[in-house]
Ligand binder design. Structure first.
Ligand code: HEC
Length: 97
C-alpha cells in the first residue's frame, strides 16, 4: 500500500513540474495563440487548445523538422527552434486536451 501511495505521489510531482516547464516555455506563444491557446494565431492557425496532446507534439516536432505546417510554417519554425523534446512534451501536456 505504501508503495502505491509513493508512486502516486511521484507521478503527481512529475506532472506538476512538467506543467511548470510548459508554462515557462509557453510565455512566448501567448501573443499569437492567446493565454490559453484559444486564439487563431494571425488568422491562420488552428485553435491549439482544441488539439490533443499527441497532435500538438507532432505539430511542434514537425515544425522543427520542416515536415508540418501550412502557409506560415516558416514563422512557427522560428518559434520552436531550440525547444528540446522535454519542452515540447511539457507544452503539449499543458496546452492540449
Ligand atoms: C508570431 C505569432 C506566433 C507565435 C509567437 C507562435 N505561433 Fe504557433 N502558430 C502561428 C501561426 C501563424 C500558425 C500557423 C502556421 C502554419 O501555417 O502552419 C501557428 C501554428 C501553430 C501550431 C499548429 C496549429 C495548426 O494550425 O496546425 C501549434 C501547435 C503552435 N503554433 C504552437 C505554438 C507554440 C507552442 C508557440 C510558442 C513556443 C507558438 N506557437 C508561437 C503563430 C505563432
Amino acid at each position: 500500500m505504501k508503495k502505491i501511495v509513493t508512486i502516486g505521489l511521484l507521478a503527481s510531482l512529475m506532472t506538476t513540474s512538467l506543467l511548470a516547464d510548459g508554462v515557462a516555455a509557453y510565455k512566448k506563444c501567448v501573443g499569437c495563440h492567446g493565454a490559453n491557446g484559444e486564439k487563431v494565431a494571425l488568422g491562420k492557425s488552428k485553435i491549439i487548445k482544441d488539439m490533443s496532446k499527441n497532435e500538438l507534439a507532432i505539430a511542434l516536432m514537425g515544425y522543427q523538422k520542416g515536415t508540418y505546417g501550412g502557409a506560415m510554417k516558416a514563422l512557427m519554425k522560428g518559434q520552436v527552434k531550440g525547444l528540446s523534446k522535454a519542452d515540447i512534451d511539457a507544452l503539449a501536456e499543458m496546452i492540449g486536451k
